[in-house]
Design a protein around this ligand. Structure first.
Ligand SMILES: O=C(O)CCC(=O)C(=O)O
Length: 247
């Protein structure tokens, strides 16, 4: 197991400085600027969108190229990984209110939490700009009640709440081009962007080939669009697979 894989197992997250180079960042920013009107919805969280990798050529190339998959395979300590989905979280200057504490697993229509988020950031982001915060070790505490992101409440749940009070949370400030890999059960959040600069990030989700659809587990744009069969593997052109990190 590499040091990065050990950090993920211990803390539930690992900072990956400089995963993307300056040209990746520049291309991503240009593509996002071109796409914002057509693919992103704007609400109190900022500009959000799904399936950005299919509309932004630079991000599609990153997902398909194998570089991200190699890192995911390394930190998950798995020989093969499958790309599942992406989500744009773009906090414009002075906007994008707090995304409260949550576990990504609450929102994944998958049979098991054997999955990883690889969060790619295209701007420098410190605490004022809305970087991510984590509570180390919380990925080992099991599933907790989903956060209520939409007005009117979240899904019904008998799970215990996330008892954040009294736990030590750590911010992870990043530079443009950095990434953070996190376990889909670790508790994390981001504050509003109170700076005069943009904070653009793409949150990508990766699974192992053993993952199967469990559409009843969580609402997801894919569930609505694809109507997957429970128990089916995630396969086909929407879900590129990488063996030994190679496409
Ligand atoms: O980008 C953000 O502010 C939040 C991202 C997040 O919660 C995630 O990627 O799981």
């Amino acid at each position: 197991m590499t040091d990065r894989a050990a950090a993920l197992a211990r803390d539930g997250f690992v900072h990956l400085p400089g995963l993307l180079d300056a040209s990746d960042v520049e291309a991503a920013r240009a593509d996002l600027d071109a796409l914002q009107a057509s693919v992103a919805i704007t609400n109190h969280y900022g500009r959000l969108g799904h399936n950005i990798w299919q509309s932004a050529p630079s991000l599609g190339a990153l997902v398909r190229g194998g570089r991200l998959a190699r890192v995911v395979a390394e930190v998950l300590a798995e020989p093969s990984v499958v790309f599942f989905q992406d989500g744009l979280v773009w906090k414009p200057p002075g906007q994008g209110e707090r995304i409260q504490w949550h576990q990504d697993h609450s929102y994944l229509p998958l049979d098991a939490p054997r999955a990883l988020t690889l969060w790619l950031c295209f701007d420098d982001a410190d605490e004022a700009a809305g970087c991510l915060w984590y509570i180390p070790g919380t990925h080992r505490l099991g599933d907790r009640r989903p956060a209520e992101f939409a007005a009117g409440g979240g899904p019904a749940s008998d799970l215990p709440p996330m008892d954040v009070e009294g736990r030590v949370a750590v911010p992870v400030p990043v530079r443009a081009g950095d990434a953070i890999a996190h376990d889909v059960r670790v508790w994390h959040m981001s504050e509003a962007n109170s700076t005069a600069a943009h904070r653009r990030a793409l949150s990508t989700t990766w699974v192992t080939p053993a993952a199967t659809w469990q559409p009843a587990r969580a609402a997801s744009p894919f569930t609505w669009r694809l109507r997957p069969r429970p128990g089916a593997p995630l396969a086909g052109p929407l879900f590129p697979r990488f063996d030994q990190g190679e496409p």
